[in-house]
Design a protein around this ligand. Sequence first.
Ligand code: GLN
Length: 538
Amino acid sequence: MKYIFVTGGVVSSLGKGLAAASIGALLEHRGLKTLMQKFDPYLNVDPGTMSPYQHGEVYVLDDGAETDLDLGHYERFTSGVLSKMNNLTSGQVFDAVIKKERRGEYLGKTVQFIPHVTDEIKCRLHKVTGDNPDVDVLITEIGGTVGDMEGLLFIEALRQFALEVGKENVCFIHVTLLPFIKAAGEVKTKPTQQSVAKLRELGIQPDIVICRTEADLDEDNRKKIAMFCNVEKKNVVAFRDVAHTIYECPLDLRRDKIDRLVVDKIGLGHTPAPALDDWETFVRRVIHPKHKITIAVAGKYIELQDAYKSIYESLIHAGAHHDTKVNIVRVEAEAIEQHGAKAVIGDVDGILVPGGFGDRGIEGKILAAQYARESGIPYFGICLGMQIATIEFARNVCKLRDANSTEFDKNTPFPVICLQEEQKGVQDMGATMRLGSSESIVFAGTKAADLYGGASHIQERHRHRYEFNSDFQDRIQEGGLVISSVSAKEGLVEIIELPDHPFYVGAQFHPEFQSKPNKPHPLFAGFVKAALDRSQSH
Ligand code: GLN
């Protein structure tokens, strides 16, 4: 087993996760079986309880793990199957250590940061590779910035681990920033030098330094970084700002042969250079599409880049599939409440209402769904967006006045969306939702069945507490809404659709967690196609 550890320096938001995912993609294209993992130094057990303002999107895995959004990049860039084991937080580490201590497993010893906490971290590296013995390379990204107090134990654990498994099996990559100082007209290497010095103080000499830079990296600066950081010049790699799409990142890193440097370091130099034709074709399709559509995304964290990350990526995948650029207009749901849907959204080719929690902006989203339904604009509701469509239909078509979800109105006369029985006693907020992948049945003859290529059973990932209330199923179906999929086990409503509308689909699950470049999710592909048809008929 070979190991790559990716640390970051100088500042956060450098694209460390994308760098790690890109390396994963390149190694996979060299024929290596790659698995990716993230260590996050914060104390939350997982990001499931964090606000999108803190953390961006919570990415859900098949096994129901609520994880960092970098795992989304990993799944989109590589094919390794990720689980709870692939995202470790300080919260989990300390939780495990304290539980062991309470069980008396430390046999009377004083429990200490070193070795007990660092052992727990190393244990996760062994566990994830033990569970996946056919993997050739494990890539572990360490969240945060080197020098942060909270990351120290992770760095120390990696230092020990490299000694234990043999340094020839480990490649340390440090991602830093080369700021461009406008007034001086110069790229500065000092922050990189100091950040690597910090890492070396902690006992780790990086093998490769990846420098994030707006412009190119010239020879002089490469030499300077090599000398001060104690790495060979060829191992100073530029990671330039990409012009169009994050899917250019592996191609950019490849310019300095990052994958060759890595395999040479860990003794896998015999693997062939990556054949990247499929990746390049995809990138070309993203950059030079024939068509263009406009999709409005009506949500409540619209100003945040990362809050609906996987949805935006899924639209790009589906767009590339249809040779179409998807122009996304981010609409603040509360603005719709004030000014009306038509005024705020205007004439777009599609409207998407993403997942969400809490009642801010709910009425605006309901107006958006009504506007899409009444004016024949393709509508795609995801999780909360599906519940919104149900509420809107109940109120305005079935005339169930003030119908609502009990999440937003406990006393609604028509709780068309409500808590499942087993959710009612739940007290803890963390990891208690309906989470992860489960099987659903898709009914023949529906649009959903069509989109899924006639499949009668599908597997999709969930993250929600509230459900379509089966007490209202008959009344809502009589109104004309079609239930096209239900969960195999409990019969819970999974997909709703309107038959006499170009595309009006709501999914209780999160299709955005299963879309990949060159493999768009069928519901996103269908939505984009419907939007494209609309734009072309106008
Ligand atoms: N708030 C809703 C629920 O808990 C929807 C959740 C979501 O969109 N992820 O059911």
